[in-house]
Design a protein around this ligand. Structure first.
Ligand code: G6P
Length: 497
């Protein structure tokens, strides 16, 4: 056990932290704060709670800030060597774990687990060990440690060995792979991932679907040492395990904490002048139908991420224009596809394909006064909110998605209420499925029919449904999501709440 401990009573660990740095031309450091659920959750527990956020230095600016000893109170950036981080983040987290959990491999060509993979895996271990070491050093006796996501699956197990006194949880913001898919990973790697996670007292998922997938994967590891209990729905699910195969047994509880849209923030932010300006600009781009009426809009906003299924979304839109020529000149697909993980060739190729297909649709169907697809690739939050406000239809069709917050945000922000075309494979479908139009994300014809149905919905029905969608979408505010996880660590799951 580590001989020293720190003073932090609540610790969060994640790859990407709440602040990033940039070196300006004059050599000064400029910091930018990010948003998101964990940020607002931490602010909800207040500055005096003794909270510390441990994260990676991701950019050159971040590493420079660490070198100069510049930082924010409550944030500890770890300057993990750039090559180790690249292997762990691009190689393992984004190219293997992300692909497994989102079922993105194009078998039979992928995946290939070779010597290069083993080398990258060693970096993933080193990177997780760096987090575990820093957390062990900073945590007060009995502190609560909230580890986030697939980048840090090994941390709970490593930290448990260093500091058995800590209360540790791990939260997955992604889906978890179905057991049959997880079995593609080499046996020892699967075992390491599951044992790493089982170092936690509690494992959190966004829906029961992903929690059950994890339990099924854990079931397949070592029946002698791991027992999964998934009883009737009213009883707590848990996993009993012992690394030695003999008592004492440890217990890891499984919980689900949904994450909703931040209604207050979104409603306030989307009414600011910069959003109004962008709405005016977008309206000009969208233009008017030949009879002078406003054109309908189908809006999507995504990172250009393979799991978001943007290409099939465009194919479905083209199918709509083919099957229903009456929509030509009367509808515009506003598609924002913001760059993501451009270090990976497969993401760069995907981005190029999205752009190529949008151009093809525009040259095939466009007229002098009508651009069928308005595609923007430069990230602009105010413009995203402007598109949300103008949306008649929101298209959210991921292949597989932990939750998908866009599906929850558009109904909250849209001015007239929007119809939602939603993949049944998004975690959000669990909460929004009743008032959305559900689609199989692979079925382009069905998605085209759903777009037609959404565009044809009577305005009163659309407004009613959108109101119910917004209510369901905001039922679990981000701060609540964070506090729920924290409180769950204090409770004995056997006792009723
Ligand atoms: C999405 C996922 C998160 C993940 C994040 C990483 O938002 O839902 O689970 O942590 O991507 O994104 P990054 O840009 O840091 O690779």
């Amino acid at each position: 056990m580590a001989s020293t401990h720190g003073a932090a009573k609540v610790l969060v660990a994640s790859n990407r932290g709440p602040v990033s740095y940039e070196v300006r031309e004059d050599g000064s450091l400029h910091s930018r704060r990010g948003g998101g659920g964990v940020v607002s959750g931490l602010s909800a527990i207040g500055p005096d709670a003794g909270a510390l956020w441990v994260c990676s230095a991701l950019s050159d600016g971040d590493r420079e800030a660490v070198r100069r000893g510049v930082g924010e109170d409550g944030v500890l950036m770890l300057a993990i060597p750039a090559d180790v981080h690249a292997d762990a983040y691009n190689g393992i987290a984004n190219s293997v774990l992300w692909f497994v959990h989102h079922m993105l491999y194009q078998t039979p060509l992928e995946p290939v687990f070779d010597a290069e993979f083993r080398r990258q895996w060693a970096s993933y271990e080193t990177y997780n060990r760096a987090f575990a070491g820093a957390l062990a050093e900073q945590a007060a006796p009995g502190a609560a440690v909230l580890v986030q996501d697939y980048h840090l699956c090994l941390v709970p197990g490593m930290l448990r060995e260093l500091r058995p006194d800590l209360r540790i949880s791990h939260f997955s913001h992604t889906p978890w792979a179905p057991a049959e898919y997880f079995r593609m990973l080499p046996d020892d790697i699967r075992a390491q991932l599951v044992w790493g996670m089982l170092g936690a007292d509690r494992l959190g998922f966004l829906t029961w679907r992903w929690a059950h997938d994890f339990m099924a994967c854990a079931n397949g590891i070592d029946a002698e040492r791991i027992s999964v209990y998934s009883p009737v729905p009213s009883e707590p699910r848990h996993i009993e395990h012992t690394p030695t195969g003999r008592p004492p047994l440890s217990t890891t509880w499984i919980g689900v904490h949904g994450l909703g849209a931040d209604a207050e923030f979104l409603r306030d932010r989307s009414r600011r002048p910069d959003v109004e300006e962008r709405m005016a600009a977008l309206r000009r781009e969208i233009g008017e139908a030949p009879d002078g009426s406003a054109r309908k809009t189908i809006v999507r906003v995504d990172r250009t991420e393979l799991s978001k299924n943007i290409v099939r979304g465009l194919l479905a839109y083209r199918q709509l224009l083919d099957d229903h020529p009456e929509w030509r000149e009367r509808v515009v697909h506003v598609a924002f596809a913001y760059p993501s993980r451009q270090d990976l060739a497969v993401y760069r190729d995907y981005t190029a394909e999205v752009q190529r297909l949008a151009e093809e649709i525009n040259s095939q169907y466009g007229t002098p006064g009508w651009t069928p697809v308005v595609l923007h690739v430069k990230d602009d939050f105010a413009r995203s909110l402007a598109a949300y406000r103008l949306a008649d239809v929101a298209l959210v069709n991921p292949i597989r998605d932990g939750m998908n917050l866009v599906a929850k945000e558009v109904p909250v922000v849209s001015d007239e209420g929007c119809a939602l075309v939603l993949s049944r494979e998004a975690g959000a479908h669990w909460e929004l499925g009743e008032d959305a139009i559900s689609v199989n994300p692979y079925d382009v014809l069905e998605t085209a029919r759903a777009l037609h149905e959404a565009l044809s919905m009577r305005p009163e029905e659309r407004a009613e449904r959108s109101k119910r969608l917004a209510a369901a979408a905001t039922a679990l505010p981000p701060a609540q999501w964070f506090l729920d996880q924290l409180h769950a660590l204090d409770q004995d799951p056997r006792q009723p709440a």
